[in-house]
Design a binder for this molecule. Structure first.
Ligand code: NDP
Length: 344
């Protein structure tokens, strides 16, 4: 293990896969993360079963060679239960198909701290509760494992006095490939807060910036197709973020012209105003206090009126029409390849 700042990072040598050798690992939900975890854990020599509702993901799991069963049956059979269904659905599924089948000594593993942090799921004390939260989409979790590289993850335990919880979290992280790079010690709360901040600040600012850049460029006389190509459809932004990942932000900046560097540095000062920072603080405050989680729960209970409206409205923005036209052309030329989400 290594310490960076106040964070402990665990590696392969800190994890003992043999504690899972005679255990059954139940993957609940065979979606983005579920499929990647199941395949990686099986390739690491562990005994994996899949619990899912009977639809296309069930069929994919069967095709991948797993024993697939209804969720409650998988919970009954498994020693370690990995909850890999969407967070907003999890509390209901937990109540109806998981809770009453939990017995002493079983372990519940979450891939996101959300439901524990906000108290939507309260597992009994006699089960181990751990968090293994990938900092990577499922596709990457699988592909990086196959390349022998792995991806980073955050890990946490509910009860720090239980040695076993950390041991199981580390063993799972090793089986999925996370300890090859580093399993960063965190907490359910920390994982939840930083995850939501990145979605609601970085993600939201990016979407707003794309729309507003597009609108103002068009007003300034740029044609829509040229603007979307510039903004993101060419893939240059993707290469830029790849370079940031490989070289670090400051080194990557040198790949751009000095005009570009000067323009970015001077103009980002305008957006770094206290007015915008205050807006960000409001968003973060709603995350930390649980206000956002309550709002989202109510939205679900009302069958997504705001969410549906905003999706509809966003899809109507002219940027996406222009995107479609340029992407069609680039696809025809073989420049854009279809993203493979499932490995079947
Ligand atoms: P997905 O949206 O890919 O999960 C789909 C799975 O959930 C399918 O097997 C689906 O089965 C099942 N499912 C959907 N609805 C229901 C339901 N009502 N009852 C039972 N099963 C249902 O999930 P992700 O892999 O994206 O997320 C899983 C966990 O991983 C979450 O906690 C998430 O926060 C976390 N995570 C996800 C990341 C990502 O990149 N996606 C990154 C890091 C963490 P079916 O369609 O058959 O109903």
């Amino acid at each position: 293990m290594e310490r960076i700042g106040s964070v402990t990072v665990y590696f392969d040598e800190d994890a003992d896969l043999s504690i899972l050798k005679d255990k059954i690992i139940g993957i609940i939900g065979y979606g983005n993360q579920g499929q990647a975890w199941a395949l990686n854990l099986r390739d690491s020599g562990l005994n994996v079963i899949v619990g899912n509702i009977k639809d296309k993901y069930w069929d994919i799991a069967v095709k991948d060679g797993f024993k697939v069963m209804p969720i409650s049956d998988a919970v009954k059979k498994a020693d370690v239960i990995c909850l890999l269904i969407p967070d907003e659905i999890m509390p209901e599924v937990y109540k109806s198909e998981i809770e009453s089948y939990l017995t002493a000594g079983k372990t519940l593993c979450f891939a996101s701290g959300y439901n524990i942090t906000y108290g939507f799921i309260n597992p009994p004390d006699y089960v181990n509760v751990i968090l293994v939260a990938p900092r990577m989409i499922g596709k990457g979790v699988r592909e990086l494992y196959k390349e022998g590289r792995g991806a980073p993850a955050l890990i946490a335990v509910r009860d720090k006095s239980k040695d076993l919880e950390l041991k199981i979290a580390l063993a799972l992280a090793k089986g999925i490939g996370f300890t090859r790079v580093g399993a960063f010690e965190s907490s359910f709360e920390e994982e939840t807060i930083c995850d939501l901040i990145s979605e609601q600040v970085m993600g939201a600012i990016t979407l707003a910036a794309l729309k507003m850049s597009f609108e103002t460029a068009i007003e300034a006389g740029v044609r829509p197709e040229i603007e979307v190509l510039e903004l993101y459809v060419s893939g240059e932004v993707f290469e830029m973020w790849k370079a940031i990942f490989e070289m670090g932000y400051l080194e990557q900046a040198k790949l751009h012209s000095t005009t570009s560097q000067y323009g970015t540095l001077t103009r980002q000062e305008i957006f770094s105003s206290s007015e915008i920072k205050d807006k960000i603080k409001c968003i973060v405050n709603e995350i930390v206090t649980g206000k956002f989680a309550k709002e989202w729960k109510l939205e679900q209970q009302a069958t997504y009126p705001v969410f549906s409206k905003l999706k509809e409205l966003t899809a109507k923005h002219p940027i996406f029409k222009a995107e479609e036209r340029v992407r069609e052309l680039l696809k025809k030329r073989g420049y854009i390849k279809k993203l493979r989400v499932m490995w079947v």
